[in-house]
Design a protein around this ligand. Structure first.
Ligand code: NAP
Length: 245
């Protein structure tokens, strides 16, 4: 594939926040790799939409919790697009379950995807990213709220925030920034699934701005951190949540 653009890998980009980030980065001039786990149809639709708008994108299936898959994701990107400048670590899962009732399987799966998955992609990014690159991890504002039922999810994201701060320092000399964005509630399947209308309305009332976040709200912040203007922000967690917590 003939490519002269900087290249961004967005994990979990078949839908939700990741899809909006992929669209925005394509619009900002990146060639975008739309990673997904199972949802090839939505990933291919997004790629087609980007190409229709004169952008460059390709879909790559990879389970972020699998080392061979993550290696293949980076190898294939490099082989097909020639370089890698940005990693957006967005793939994630949420299970809201009381601490006492959390099973070992639930704990393992959440940490495999949210924590180990981020660890694997960050390791590869440290190796592959060009000078001036960006790593952006998607954490969550729930970490600051300590709501019942969120121990598993918050634990998995707390580790990612810790990785963010330390890797920013370990990449000294490479001119690569490492940051995290921590959204509040955003109207996607991950947030909406399993909640009643009443619960959703309660969450929407939480921020002083009195609405749920939209994927564009988060894509705007990610785009800023990817831009030259965002280049002096490093090792930080940016809470994008309309003022909750
Ligand atoms: P979503 O709508 O459920 O989308 C999740 C995405 O992650 C999908 O593209 C899915 O791919 C992908 N994915 C899941 N497991 C994967 C795996 N093992 N390997 C590769 N891809 C995988 O979720 P979202 O709301 O957009 O959330 C995106 C990120 O934002 C997550 O890290 C989440 O924790 C964080 N976040 C969300 C909110 C919120 O309120 N929505 C708030 C704070 C933080 P498939 O389509 O193939 O399944």
């Amino acid at each position: 594939m003939n490519n002269a653009k900087p290249v961004a890998i967005v994990t979990g980009a078949s839908r939700g926040i990741g899809a909006e980030i992929a669209l925005r980065l394509a619009n900002d001039g990146y060639a975008v790799v739309v990673n997904y786990q199972t949802n090839s149809q939505q990933a291919e639709q997004l790629v087609a939409e980007i190409i229709r708008k004169d952008g460059l994108a390709l879909a790559v299936q990879a389970d972020v919790s699998s080392l061979p898959d993550v290696k293949r994701l980076f190898e294939e990107t490099k082989a097909r697009l020639g370089r890698i400048d940005v990693l957006i670590n967005n793939a994630g899962v949420l299970q809201v379950v009381p601490f006492a009732q959390t099973s070992a399987e639930q704990l393992a799966r959440t940490f495999e995807i949210n924590t180990y998955g981020s660890f694997l992609t960050m390791q590869q990014a440290g190796e592959y990213l060009q000078t001036g690159g960006r790593i952006i991890n998607v954490s969550s504002t729930t970490l600051a709220l300590n709501m019942p039922g969120y121990a598993l999810y918050n634990g998995s994201k707390a580790a990612v925030e810790a990785f963010t701060r330390v890797l920013a320092k370990e990449l000294r000399g490479k001119e690569i920034t490492v940051n995290a964005v921590a959204p509040g509630p955003v109207a996607t399947e991950l947030f909406l699934k399993g909640k009643t209308e009443e619960q959703i309305a309660q969450f929407a009332k939480m921020p002083p701005l009195e609405r749920l976040g939209q994927p564009e709200d988060i894509a705007n912040v990610v785009a800023f951190l990817c831009s030259e203007q965002g280049g002096w922000v490093n090792g930080q967690v940016l809470r994008a949540n309309g003022g909750i917590g």
